[in-house]
Structures are given as C-alpha cells and as structure tokens.
Design a protein around this ligand. Structure first.
Ligand code: SAM
Length: 218
C-alpha cells in the first residue's frame, strides 16, 4: 500500500466514514485522547486525524494540531472543527506522517488513532512522531493488531491480500510494530467491542538518541 492507494481509499471512504467507522470505535478515541493529554497548555499532534471524530474529546485547555494526507477526510474535519466552538483545534493540515513539516521537539504529546495499519511505512511515522515530540512526551498508538488465533485470525489472513483496496492492513502484527518502535509500551489496554483494538502507551525517552528515539531496550 503506497500513499496514492491511501489517498484513493480515503477519498472513497470520506462521505461514509463517520457512518461506518464512527461510533463503533469511539471508546478508543476518547481513551487515546485521555492518554496523550497530561497538562493544561499541552501542544498535541494528532496524526491521521481523518474526519476529526476525536477532536471533541480534547479539553479546551490544550492545543491540538491534526494532520492527514487525505484532502477529502480533512475537509470534513475542517468544516466541523475549525470554528469558535472548538478553539482548542489550532490547525488541520495536509501533511504526510512519514515526513512531518514540524521542527524537532515541537509537541508535548502525539497520538495516532487507527492509522498505524494504514500508513505505508509505520517505522517512518514512529520516527517522525519521536522527532517532533519533546523528551519524555507521551506517544500513543490506537490500532487493531492481528489476532493470534481463532476465527478472527482466519478472516484477517483471508483479507490481507486486499489491503490496497480496503485501505488498511488487516494482518498488522503487534510484535513487529513494537520492534519498529524499539521499546515495549508502558501500558497496553484493550478497547472497543470486547477489546479487539489495543491502546499502546509509549513515552519518548528523556534523552533522545537513535533514529526512532529508542535506547535499544525493548
Ligand atoms: C482509519 S482512518 C482514521 C481516522 C481517524 N484517526 C479516526 O479516528 O477515525 C486513517 C487515516 O489515516 C490517514 N493516513 C494514512 N496514511 C497517512 C500518512 N502517511 N500521513 C497522514 N495521514 C495518513 C488516512 O488518510 C485516514 O484519514
């Protein structure tokens, strides 16, 4: 799946996205926002903000910048959330998560909800999230990861070859992703519909070194 596939998929999904993927995974969005916000005045980066479903969950005392590569998804978010009713939404920008246009150490926290299995290069996304976050900042990933066994595993395997058309990778592997991040999450919680999705809470190291901020300890 490349960036063009992503844009095509989400151009298709944009008009129906909230109907299909709205309420059903809403609990995860609320909890991801809670996990990434630590203090009033925090500057938070939301990667792959989509139609902006999560934006209502931030408190008014933080400042949120959302980015996405899909103009159609972003347009929906802008129409709804760039208004006086949501003064905490600072900007909604068209930008590639794999090459963020922000300087190092710009944010107090970063979050990606249902994006890790969509973005063509999750490693580049993680590297960029680390780069633009301040040392010690929370770094939160909410996603579905491949099941270990059972009927879900079979379904995910069957759909895996269709990921370009689906717009996400149904067989996205947690262990592989954690290896990419280079350290184990401080906390893992199961969310949405009996826990089929996982909320991973990481922290950017206090002393940043290495390309993904990793200190090499998993
Ligand atoms: C499944 S949607 C999730 C949207 C939103 N986070 C939510 O909770 O509904 C995935 C989003 O990630 C965006 N995306 C995928 N790859 C991206 C990239 N490289 N840079 C920025 N956004 C990306 C897609 O355009 C899409 O809006």
């Amino acid at each position: 799946m490349n960036l063009e596939d992503v844009r095509k998929s989400y151009k298709f999904y944009a008009p129906i996205y909230d109907l299909v993927f709205g309420r059903i995974v809403e609990e995860g969005r609320r909890r991801a926002v809670e996990a990434v916000c630590r203090a009033p005045g925090d500057r938070i980066l939301e990667i792959g903000v989509g139609t902006g479903r999560s934006l209502r969950y931030y408190k008014p005392d933080v400042e949120v910048t959302g980015i996405d590569v899909s103009p159609e998804m972003l347009e929906r978010a802008r129409k709804r959330y760039l208004s006086d009713r949501y003064p905490h939404v600072k900007a909604l920008l068209k930008m590639d998560a794999q090459e963020l246009e922000f300087p190092d150490n710009s944010f107090d926290g970063a979050v990606a909800m249902y994006v890790a299995s969509v973005v063509p290069d999750p490693e580049a996304m993680v590297r960029e999230m680390h780069r633009v976050c301040k040392p010690g900042a929370p770094f939160v990933i909410l996603n579905h990861f491949a099941s270990d066994r059972g009927v879900f595993r079979q379904v995910e395997r069957r759909f895996a070859p269709l990921s370009r058309r689906l717009g996400f990778r149904p067989d996205f592997c947690l262990n592989q992703f954690v290896a990419t991040v280079g350290r184990a999450p401080a906390k893992v919680s199961r969310v949405n519909l009996g826990g089929y999705w996982k909320l991973l809470e990481f922290r950017v190291p206090n002393e940043k070194n290495g390309s993904n901020g990793s200190n090499g300890h998993a």
